[in-house]
Design a protein around this ligand. Structure first.
Ligand code: NAP
Ligand code: MG
Length: 404
């Protein structure tokens, strides 16, 4: 069979530890036998980041801006122990943080659902995608412990000399105080990313804040979303039969639990942090989640939501067999290949990505899976728990059957 040809290269960001091993296996077993894979390769593994003074991370992000689609392997964010282990020159920042700062986007996370592993919430039939604003609010706040009685004031001094000043509270005893901010530009790019992703994936968009209580701060989020919808997206939404729906965060929580799923839930930074862990846990496992960073100008970076699975890597180094789940990493590749196919008009590449995902789901639904899933399995026959290599081979057999 002739290999599928690509036009534009994918930006390939390699990573660390167990996911780096899976990365190569996925390419060797499931991609290069079928595709004449065109990538611009950046090694974001910790040794190379250290060698280049982390320049390689910045270059990879810049390449994503140029080509539009990237696929990223999980990477180590160094801490004191890693400084020692890898003899690092510096405690390099989180690559995800660096890439997000350059691309300026929103992170979308959705569960990969399979029959035989059911969500804790029994009426959830379709995935719920959380879109988290990853800038500002409590994550960039300034806070004090107030030692005793005194007046706390909020003051803004404009460059033109204008002053806004208001008493926050006249403290009669010790307490706490916090200042938060966000920027219209960041909120608008968050809104655009959410509406664009809803159009791309043909799903309704829900957005929630607490604007009844926070009449300026949260209300600004609500207004910017509404304005972006009216000016830029209403026509596309109506043409596709999609709904934009705003509601209060407490009402949203109740509706999400009662829903059947199948929509995007956009959340402010803190709400998204908390709700994404709740929703992903209720759906099953981090190894069964897709994750994509979408920038406001339509650049895409696909990744796995989990880390480098260090505990398994140390076993692997000792020569022990490991059963690490490659699904999230594999779906990062299929997501990126499908998007590249869409942008370049390559139907065979999109079809291949669809088939590879379907083969993966069918393999699990047929009872063959990695150990982490075997523990969640509710199928009628007992699960056949295999190591990562055997799992990838089973997917290949299923893929070949589908492509024949
Ligand atoms: P982790 O790599 O996500 O693994 C935590 C545990 O979750 C594993 O020990 C394993 O549990 C389970 N697990 C996660 N992914 C799995 C998979 N694909 N298959 C099977 N089990 C899986 O988190 P971590 O150990 O806290 O972090 C390790 C390194 O990853 C750190 O250096 C951190 O900086 C980095 N990290 C990177 C990213 C990223 O690049 N996106 C995100 C998070 C963390 P059992 O051991 O019980 O089997
Ligand atoms: Mg969190």
């Amino acid at each position: 069979m002739a290999k599928i040809q690509m036009k534009t290269p994918l930006v390939e960001m390699d990573g660390d530890e167990m996911t780096r091993i899976l990365w190569k296996d996925i390419k060797d077993i499931l991609l290069t036998p079928y595709i004449d894979l065109k990538t611009e390769y950046y090694d974001l593994g910790l040794p190379e980041r250290d060698k280049t003074g982390d320049r390689v991370t910045v270059e990879a992000a810049e390449a994503t801006k140029k080509y539009g689609v990237a696929v990223k392997c999980a990477t180590i964010t160094p801490n004191a122990q890693r400084m020692d282990e890898y003899k690092l020159h510096e405690m390099w920042k989180s690559p995800n943080g660096t890439i997000r700062a350059i691309l300026d986007g929103t992170v979308f996370r959705a569960p990969i659902m399979v029959k035989g592993i059911s969500p804790v919430v029994k009426n959830w039939e379709k995935p719920i995608t959380i879109a988290r604003h990853a800038y500002g609010d409590v994550y960039r706040s300034t806070e004090f412990r107030i030692p005793g009685p005194g007046k706390a004031e909020l003051l803004f001094r404009g460059e033109d000399g204008q002053e806004l000043r208001q008493t926050i509270y006249d403290f009669e005893c010790p307490g706490v105080l916090q200042g938060q901010y966000n920027k219209d530009t960041s909120i608008r790019s968050f809104a655009r990313s959410c509406f664009q992703y809803a159009v791309d994936t043909k799903q309704d968009l829900w957005f929630s804040t607490k604007d009844t209580i926070s009449k300026k701060y949260d209300h600004t989020f609500k207004d910017i979303f509404q304005e972006t919808y009216e000016k830029e997206y209403r026509d596309q939404f109506e043409a596709l039969g999609l709904t934009y729906f705003y509601t209060l965060i407490d009402d949203a929580v109740a509706r999400v639990i009662r829903s059947k799923g199948g929509y995007i839930w956009a959340c402010k930074n803190y709400d998204g942090d908390v709700m994404s862990d709740m929703v992903s846990t209720a759906f099953g496992s981090l190894a069964m989640m897709t994750s994509v960073l979408v920038s406001p100008d339509g650049k895409y970076e696909y990744e796995a939501a989990h880390g480098t699975v260090t505990r398994h890597y140390y076993k692997y180094l000792k020569g022990e067999s490991t059963s690490t789940n490659p699904v999230a990493t594999l779906f990062a590749w299929t997501g990126a290949l499908r998007k590249r196919g869409e942008l370049d008009g390559l139907e065979d590449l999109q079809h291949f990505a669809d088939q590879l995902e379907a083969a993966t789901v069918a393999t699990i639904e047929g009872g063959t899976m990695t150990k982490d899933l075997a523990g969640l399995w509710e199928g009628s026959a007992p699960a056949n728990a295999v190591d990562s290599a055997a799992f990838l081979s089973a997917i290949k057999a299923e893929l070949d059957r589908r492509l024949a």
